[in-house]
Design a protein around this ligand. Sequence first.
Ligand SMILES: Cc1cc2nc3c(=O)[nH]c(=O)nc-3n(C[C@H](O)[C@H](O)[C@H](O)COP(=O)(O)O)c2cc1C
Length: 376
Amino acid sequence: MTLQIGPHSVQPPVVLAPMAGITNAPFRTLCREFSGGKGLFVSEMITTRALVERDAKTMRLIHFDGTEKPRSIQLYGVDPVTVGKAVRMIVDEDLADHIDLNFGCPVPKVTRKGGGSALPYKRNLLRSILREAVGNAGSLPVTMKMRKGIDDEHITFLDAGRIAVEEGVTAIALHGRTAAQHYGGTADWEAIARLKEAVPEIPVLGNGDIWSADDAVRMMRETGCDGVVVGRGCLGRPWLFGDLVAAFEDGGDATYAQPSLREVARVMLRHAQLLGEWLENEERGVIDFRKHVAWYTKGFSIGSEARKKLAIASSLDELGALLSELDLDQPWPAGADGPRGRTSGRNKVVLPDGWLDDPYDCAVVGADAELDTSGG
Ligand SMILES: Cc1cc2nc3c(=O)[nH]c(=O)nc-3n(C[C@H](O)[C@H](O)[C@H](O)COP(=O)(O)O)c2cc1C
C-alpha cells in the first residue's frame, strides 16, 4: 500500500502529524529509527512571516537531519503574499521536499486573527493562499491539513477540499473534529470518508484518535482514506511508528512493541540527548525534554515524587541517575496504549469580529497574526 505525495512514495502510508513543540528534528529522528525510515514525518508548524524574516529560532526549526528524506515542512500563514514568498524561499534555497499548509490550528491566538482552522471559512482567501503556495512551489508538492470546520453550524471541509483540488493541492489531511471541539469528544471518521468521496482526484489522509496501529488499519478500512496521520498517539511512544509499519506490512502476523520501563528509559535518554545536540546545549535539551516525561512514564508505577524529579532534571547525568533508581523491570503497563496528550474540549472558537458574516470576503485580518504562534 503506497501513498503518493507528488514524487514521494510513502510506504506504508503513515504520516507523523505536525505538532508544535514536539515534532522537531530530534523527535522525527526517533520515530524514523523505529519505523526503519519508512513513513513521512512533518515538521512542527513554521510561520511564514518568521521564515521570510529569517527569524533565528525559525531557522533552527526547519533543520533536517541529513538523512531525512523527504524533508517535510508545515507552514502556517494568513496572508497569500507572505505564504507565496515563504514557499518561494523554500524552493530557491532547497529547504524542503514537501510543503504542508496548516488550516487546522484551533488555538485562540491563531483563530482570533483568522488563521488556522478559522481560515477555510473564508473561501476566497483560502483559494488565494493555496494559489500562491502552489504557484510558487515549482515541482514541490503542496498539501493541506484542516479540520471539519469552525463548529457544527460552520462546516467547511467539503468546500475547502474542492477548492484545494481546483488549486492544484497534492493531498489533503482531515482531522475529524471542528475547531470548537478542540481535542474533546471523538474524531468523526465518517467525515474523512465523505471527503474521500468528494475529492477522488487526490489522496485523502485521515487524522484523529489513532492510538494504536490497529486503529490506523481500521481507519483506512472504514473511511477508504489513502493514508493516516498520527499525532498524540506518538507522544512518549515514538515506537508506535514501528508498530504502524508492522501492521501495514505484516497484517495479522504483526507484533507490537510493549517496552519495559528499562527500554522506555533508554528511549527517554536518547530523546533528551538528541534534543541537546539539536539545541547545541545539553541543559536546554534536557529542559525541553521535561514536557515528554509524563507521556513516557504514563501507566508505570514510579510514584509522583520520582515523576516530579524527572520533570525538573537539567542534565543527562541527572536524568540517567534518576531513571536508574526506578524499578526498570516493570513491563509495559496495561492501558497505557489509550488516549494521551490533550483530550479536552472547548465551547467557543475565538474569531475576529464579523468573521462569519461573509464567507467570501478576502481581507487578511492582521499582519501580526503570524507572530509568536504555536500550533495545535
Ligand atoms: C501538542 C500539539 C501540537 C500540535 N501542533 C500542530 C501543528 O503545529 N500543526 C498542525 O497542523 N496540527 C497540530 N496539532 C494537531 C495534530 O497535528 C493532529 O491533527 C491532532 O492532534 C489530531 O490527531 P491525533 O488524534 O492523532 O492526535 C497539534 C496537536 C498537539 C497535541
